[in-house]
Write a new protein. Sequence first.
Length: 275
Amino acid sequence: MLNPDLQKKLLAEGREFMKNDHNSAYTDFESDQNLKLPQPPLVKEPMSNHAELLPRNFEDLEMEQDFIKLLTERKSSRVYTQQPLSLLQLSFLLWATQGIKDIRGKSYATLRTVPSGGARHAFETYLLVQHVEGLRPGAYHYLPMGHQLEFLHPVDDLPAQISTSLEGQSWAAKASVIFYWSFVPYRCEWRYGIFAHRPALMDAGHLGQNLYLACAALGLGTCAVAAFDRQMCDSLFTLDGEEEFTVYASPVGTISPKDHSSEKAFYQFVEDEGL
Ligand SMILES: Cc1cc2nc3c(=O)[nH]c(=O)nc-3n(C[C@H](O)[C@H](O)[C@H](O)COP(=O)(O)O)c2cc1C
């Protein structure tokens, strides 16, 4: 059991982080932007020379259009039928979560399908692909500037790696693709410095919610995941753990719209486990 004093201290630290009261305490704070230091890049450079353009003919996708129905049907799905996603479906999910619609000013900021405090958009998207038509299984990185996907490397025993990377949540091993989002702190620290981190976590929620709604529109299932092994996720995508580290994950898979019996049993398990 955690030492009660240590526990108290850690709880207090967590609450301080959420309160973000630095404004009144550190009035002499100057951001790197105020100090006229150069702005960091808006997106990460390609990590390989295997970038492929993704299809953008989203009008060809079969999609639920009724927004009220989408909100009603959005839910966390953890039982997947292991059918492949089409490349167009995956392309839509990437665009819905991080797609770039416009560039503001002279490469000053990106405007995307999600909002972000100060348009900092301090996230990168990585995937472990298991079943997507036209893609070999393995690790990928999304390049939002050109709406491209780059293959990084193959991954041995994908189902086991997926489950371990998500703290043993073995249901995720049947997903067709797993989204892992990293945070690149300096992209927002440059402007917001010591105030950067709490809004960035709020921003992460927008990616998760857009993924939920885009999956609902396509009849796919997803489930946000906060219980992941950060170090393992970082090493899967060769992130250094300081200038870039994993903050959120979401498996996506095909689901059966009719047979809810296995899902019901699973929800009971989720409730029992307090997930
Ligand atoms: C930030 C966040 C983290 C979550 N982490 C997990 C997780 O690690 N494992 C899991 O099974 N569900 C996880 N969930 C899903 C929640 O359990 C789920 O959203 C909640 O039970 C409500 O169900 P609903 O999404 O179907 O409305 C997470 C949800 C959010 C928003």
